[in-house]
Ligand binder design. Structure first.
Ligand code: NAP
Length: 273
């Protein structure tokens, strides 16, 4: 299914930095109507000003709503849904982007760390989806839309292959893929698509704002892709109705090796524990 961006009503969680911020900039530039969320209100305001200035220069109106707050809280998730309905009369695309990892060997990690990682990367995404589904099914919307509905879920290359030092995060990102695959078949009948995005090393705050850091693996040197590139690939995938993308060359190699030579990867991973 193809999805039109101009005029599409889109929620982006985790829009204050990185991939989410770039998605907001690029989607606004294409004429989408946005509701953006994250905890750092000042960064969301800066982003909103940047988008408004660009649109003013082009002489086009800006459709942008900010809902600051912690996505792991039910009241934040409900406020996002209320805002998209109130401001735009419905929802076309939900982008569950907010996320973050904890790093360190599993042994000795606390149950609290596990809960934090799962709450942010999995539970919030699933609960946002639950709240958004009626709107995506076109129930209760007060304005119609020409864009076919879609859910975009951020997983990771480490949601395709487990790696050392990220056990809880890998578990969450694998679960995102499993949830998304199940849901895709269930909601096909309503014409709702589900896209899973599996980024690899992307140059964002991801690596400097860990939920907890008790040790990092020393991977061989490799260059990271930019969040601009990843956002562009996500938008292309939304437009063409893809089901899963890996916007990182080495991630595609990792996925291939994992399918055809998993024991080799098990062995290689031992070097980094
Ligand atoms: P980032 O720059 O750190 O962005 C993460 C975003 O999530 C920020 O806007 C952050 O904003 C928001 N966020 C974090 N905790 C939140 C909370 N409790 N409530 C609301 N918002 C919250 O990292 P990124 O790389 O763009 O990450 C985007 C997605 O890609 C994540 O799901 C991440 O797991 C995934 N990913 C990234 C990479 C990578 O290499 N960068 C690789 C694979 C997958 P506030 O702090 O202002 O709340």
């Amino acid at each position: 299914m193809r999805h039109k961006i101009p005029g599409a009503r889109i929620i982006i969680t985790g829009a204050s930095s990185g991939i989410g911020r770039q998605l907001a900039l690029q989607l606004a530039n294409l004429g989408a109507k946005l509701v953006i969320n994250a905890r750092r209100t000042e960064l969301l305001n800066e982003l909103a000003n940047e988008i408004r200035e660009k649109n003013d220069k082009k002489g086009v109106p800006t459709f942008l709503e900010i809902v600051p707050g912690d996505i792991t809280l039910p009241e934040t998730r409900q406020a996002i849904i209320d805002r998209v309905l109130g401001a735009y009369g419905g929802l076309d695309i939900l982008i569950n982007n907010a996320g973050g990892a904890a790093t360190g060997l599993f042994e000795g990690n606390s149950p609290e760390r596990l809960k934090k990682v799962l709450d942010l990367n999995l539970v919030s995404l699933v609960e946002m989806t639950r709240l958004a589904l009626p709107l995506l099914k076109r129930e209760g919307q007060t304005q119609t839309s020409e864009t076919a509905p879609m859910i975009v879920n951020l997983s990771s290359v480490v949601g395709l292959r487990g790696v050392t030092h990220y056990s809880e995060y890998c578990a969450a990102k694998f679960a995102v893929r499993g949830f998304s695959e199940s849901l895709r078949t269930e909601i096909h009948r309503y014409g709702i698509d589900v896209l899973v995005v599996c980024p690899g090393s992307t140059d964002t705050e991801f690596f400097t704002r860990y939920l907890e850091n008790t040790g990092e693996p020393k991977w061989p040197h490799h260059s990271r892709v930019s969040p601009e590139y990843v956002a562009r690939k996500i938008i292309q995938a939304i437009r063409s109705g893809k089901h899963e993308i890996i916007p990182f060359f080495l991630g595609r190699v990792l996925n291939w090796l994992n399918k055809f030579c998993p024991r080799f990867l098990d062995w290689a991973m031992l070097w980094y524990t």
